[in-house]
Design a binder for this molecule. Structure first.
Ligand code: NAP
Length: 445
């Protein structure tokens, strides 16, 4: 027989393997188990250090309570602290910001005995992993560096998922990569009861089969999946659309500027005030300021916007097969499509400035400005991504800097759409969406 201890810093419960409470204790020293077991959690190890080895307990990170504490009466009826084990894949720009937000959240939750106790037990990069085989919480200090310097044998994605699914209680996988390989594993993780939160678009904008497999795995296992930051970082785009759909509103059209990079480029190239620079010069400036991907073609091909629209269209009920299933206007000149390196592309781009200049001048002749937008017409099942001309008074024309703006036209909102706008990129605000998702999962586990 194996016993599991659950508790807060002020109360301890002993449960048998069926989860039935078979004892409430004020002091850990009152509990003995003849069964072979493991110790987990440094606090628990300290607490049971006087036990003979033959009488080890399986302990989930608790401290003995103070029997004289004034809290004890209240504690005897308290729900035991829930332990939640967290694994993070990806510690780049977003991952590092998420790590620091997770530390703040863990400390805040630790102050409230009825909140879950978060134990970060795995952090990995492409070829490095740091994890605690005994499910002891990894200390947050210098964690990103410790992962890079780790000498632990890397785990395959399947091994990492198996490790999390074998955790003593609920586990959450945080995918902070942009990897398709990681995204492809979501159905497996969810079916094993591991919840997922992620800013990675790949799972939701890849094949429609993967989308279906993900949500059916979550429905059958009860594991949760949240991906707010997969579309415009921390802006509440996914949750807003989900609420509209699930409360029975009819979404008729979604349109807007879905890329901070494109927004920045067109607000500089075709501004409301002044004339803007040459197209290639604006692309160079955006690259230097860090607004584009290292290879700007990854922004200019429109695929990133197409992926976001694929996610939103599917949520609105359209079974979009893939982000290449609808027209996407690439801003890479045809002549430069097969060029090899990003640097070479940037060198050649000025030769084709007239293509974009002609489009800008044509819009100006109509008193309009060019903007790169996406739209979903739900009734007509039409999705498109590309350049459009907007009246100078249109809210999309008036966006500033790298601002994004998404309008949700619905039956309830009529002609006055719900609009979500603001910055849609950046480590801290993307991580904020991920941390917000974590809080939602914790509330629902
Ligand atoms: N940055 C933003 O403003 C923003 C906004 C919205 C959404 N997002 C999304 O957020 C995610 C993360 O973006 P980021 O800017 O943080 O990317 P990043 O700086 O490139 O970091 C990616 C991290 O993922 C790791 N990684 C990649 N493939 C992996 C694999 N197969 N297994 C394990 N680890 C792997 C990388 O490890 P190595 O370094 O060892 O390769 C790195 O630590 C992406 O999906 C992105 O689209 C970002």
């Amino acid at each position: 027989m194996s016993y599991h201890l659950f508790g807060t810093t002020r109360s301890i419960e002993l449960k048998n393997e069926f989860g039935l409470i078979i004892g409430l204790f004020d002091e850990i020293g009152l509990i003995r188990s003849g069964a072979e077991s493991q110790t987990r959690g440094s606090e628990a190890e300290v607490a049971i250090q006087n036990f003979p080895p033959s009488q080890q307990l399986q302990v989930l990170g608790i401290k003995p309570s103070d029997s004289n504490s004034s809290h004890n009466k209240e504690d005897s009826t308290m729900v035991p602290t829930k332990n939640v084990f967290i694994g993070i894949i990806g510690v780049g720009g977003v991952g590092k910001c998420f790590l620091s937000q997770l530390e703040v959240l863990s400390k805040r939750l630790a102050k409230n005995p009825s909140s879950p106790k978060l134990s970060l037990v795995l952090v990995s990069r492409s070829s490095k992993v740091l994890y605690s085989p005994e499910y002891q919480a990894l200390p947050f200090e210098s964690l990103a560096t410790k992962v890079t310097e780790s000498t632990q044998k890397p785990l395959s994605l399947t091994e990492a998922i198996d490790f999390l699914s074998a955790a003593p209680s609920n586990a959450i996988l945080v995918d902070n990569t942009s990897s398709q390989d990681v995204a492809d594993q979501y159905p497996q993780a969810l079916s094993k009861g591991v919840s997922i939160i992620t800013p990675n678009k790949k799972a939701f904008s890849g094949s429609y089969k993967l989308w279906q497999d993900i949500f059916s795995a979550a429905a059958s296992s009860g594991a949760k999946i949240y991906h707010e930051s997969s579309c415009l970082a921390g802006l509440p785009v996914i949750s807003t659309l989900k609420d509209l759909v699930e409360t029975g509103d009819e979404v008729t059209r979604i349109e807007g500027v879905f890329s901070g990079t494109m927004s920045f480029l067109f607000n500089s190239f075709a501004p409301l005030e002044g004339s803007g620079g040459k197209w290639s010069a604006e692309v160079s400036k955006a690259k230097e300021l860090g607004y584009t991907e290292p290879d700007p073609r990854d922004d200019l091909n429109g695929l990133d916007v197409a992926r976001k629209l694929t996610i939103l269209a599917r949520m609105a009920g359209l079974p979009v097969e893939s982000p290449t299933d609808f027209p996407v206007q690439s801003l890479i000149p045809k002549e430069l499509e097969s060029i090899e390196s990003g640097d070479q592309f940037m060198q050649e781009l000025p030769k084709y400035d007239s293509q974009m200049e002609d489009l800008k001048v044509a819009a100006e002749k109509e008193g309009k400005v060019l903007r790169y937008v996406g739209s979903i017409d739900v009734a007509k099942k039409e999705i498109k991504v590309g350049l459009e001309k907007f009246d100078r008074s249109h809210p999309i024309a008036a966006l500033k800097g790298s601002g994004n703006s998404i309008s949700f036209f619905t039956k309830r909102y009529g002609a006055d759409p719900m609009i979500v706008s603001g910055a849609g990129a950046g480590g801290e605000i993307t991580a904020m969406g991920v941390t917000g998702d974590l809080i939602k999962v914790l509330e629902r586990l």
